[in-house]
Design a protein around this ligand. Structure first.
Ligand SMILES: [Zn+2]
Length: 425
């Protein structure tokens, strides 16, 4: 990394370190949003950690003027973030239904059967591949976190404990293990070496195979003000415009795209080898690209309003909490998702504002949120303590959570939704 002094002007940062775009290598000069400092969002503390310090990193997001990739600098080695990852994907009913539906759709659309091979990168605890196994389709999961991979193997999902990139893909290809369907769900954002990873996807794909990638759609992130989906584990934030460019650079062609409701609005992108004629271009690709152009995402100026929207949420949420606590009301959280760390740190909210939160995952119960050190209990704690307000931290699951917690109405409890804007429900 070289040092330089950059000129200060609107939206342009001043710094001594030149940051390079993780896709095209151009110098990053333009701030998308600066969310201050936050600890790594999945570093839940155990009681024994409470006497120790925590490391905070800047959450400063840049926009590459040249390729329009929105991105964070890499601060921590991927091993430090993912090797003991506490996140087990199988703890949300909504998410599991989404995955089962995906498997059945892919099996029918691409005629997958006992002679096919499906590979998933970042396969977590086998939350998705288990449905292909049930349908009799051979699979392989590739997952770097040993503790979650173990849970996958126990479910009957063969899993290779490895980081994925061109090297791993090359080794599998050399063994003849290229795939009819390569799946990358909610992983692209978490890849520090984007070019090596996408290069690996291309190597792992059979000549007429299909690659599907799911990721939060930057257009929706901006539109719905989902600034809390920005955290250190997510290095990149994709529009379809930037995705098409990145895949093309690695010999892959986007032939279809679906817009999904998951994670506040995601894209499922379908790609194949650039020279494959097995998959014809579907009209939705052009439609989504046009939506992005309409929103201004084809030029740097289209990204400017986001930072102001984030500030507005902060002011309104803090205002609500100050008033509620001032009136002697009690406030609890629901959920301990990674994104809660960004929201709480950006807004400066600690356990003097939110007494505790609850989570269904036994891996999080008895631990503490990073930084704010808000304790995490089992969901029954809400029934026992009857708080006046419950702030829903994983707002993308709000319908499911409000149905599960409907009983808080019995004591006059209300739900608080921080995003897209502060609402009391
Ligand atoms: Zn770039």
């Amino acid at each position: 990394m070289t040092s330089s002094l950059l000129q200060k002007s609107d939206g342009v940062v001043s710094s001594t370190a030149a940051r390079a775009c993780r896709f095209c290598g151009a110098t990053l000069r333009r701030t998308f949003v600066d969310l201050g400092m936050s600890p790594l969002c999945e570093s839940y503390l155990s009681p024994g950690d409470l006497s120790r310090g925590e490391v905070y990193y800047p959450l400063h997001v840049y926009l590459c003027d040249k390729c329009l990739l929105v991105q964070l600098e890499e601060f921590e080695s991927p091993e430090a973030i993912f090797s003991d990852y506490a996140y087990f994907a199988s703890y949300s009913d909504t998410w599991l239904k989404h995955c089962e539906k995906y498997c059945i759709e892919m099996k029918e659309r691409f005629k997958l059967g006992g002679g096919s091979f499906v590979a998933e990168v970042a396969s977590n605890d086998g939350y998705l591949l288990q449905y292909f196994v049930r349908e009799g389709v051979p699979v392989l999961g590739i997952e770097p976190a040993a503790n979650v991979a173990k849970a996958a193997v126990e479910k009957g999902v063969p899993t290779l404990v490895r980081f994925f990139g061109a090297k791993t893909a090359g080794e599998l290809a050399a063994e003849g293990r290229t795939a009819d369907l390569v799946i990358g769900n909610n992983v692209l954002a978490q890849v520090p070496d984007l070019n090596d990873f996408v290069g690996g996807l291309q190597i792992l794909l059979k000549p007429n195979g299909v690659l599907t990638l799911e990721f939060p759609h930057l257009l929706r992130t901006i539109e719905h003000n989902e600034f809390d989906t920005i955290y250190h584990e997510h290095f990149s934030y994709f529009s379809l415009i930037s995705t098409v460019k990145i895949l093309e650079a690695h010999g892959l062609r986007v032939f279809d795209v679906e817009e999904l409701k998951s994670h506040g609005g995601s894209l499922r992108v379908f790609a194949c080898h650039a020279d494959s004629t097995a998959h014809r271009l579907m009209p939705n690709v052009q439609k989504v690209l046009q939506d992005e152009v309409k929103a201004g995402l084809d030029k740097p100026e289209g990204y400017e309003s986001f930072a102001e929207q984030a500030r507005k949420v902060k002011w309104e949420l803090v205002d609500f909490l100050l008033k509620a606590r001032g009136q002697g009301k009690t406030v609890a959280g629901y959920g301990a998702p990674g994104k809660s760390a960004t929201l709480l740190h950006y807004c400066g909210i600690g356990k003097d504002m939110i007494d505790y939160t609850v989570d269904r995952s036994p891996h999080k119960q008895g631990r503490y949120l990073p930084g704010s050190r808000i304790p995490i209990f089992a969901p029954e704690h809400i029934q026992e303590t009857k708080p006046d307000y419950v702030i829903i931290l994983p707002w993308n699951l709000k319908d499911e959570i409000m149905a599960q917690l409907d009983y808080i109405r019995n004591w006059g409890g209300r739900f608080v939704l921080p995003i897209p804007k502060m609402m009391i429900l």
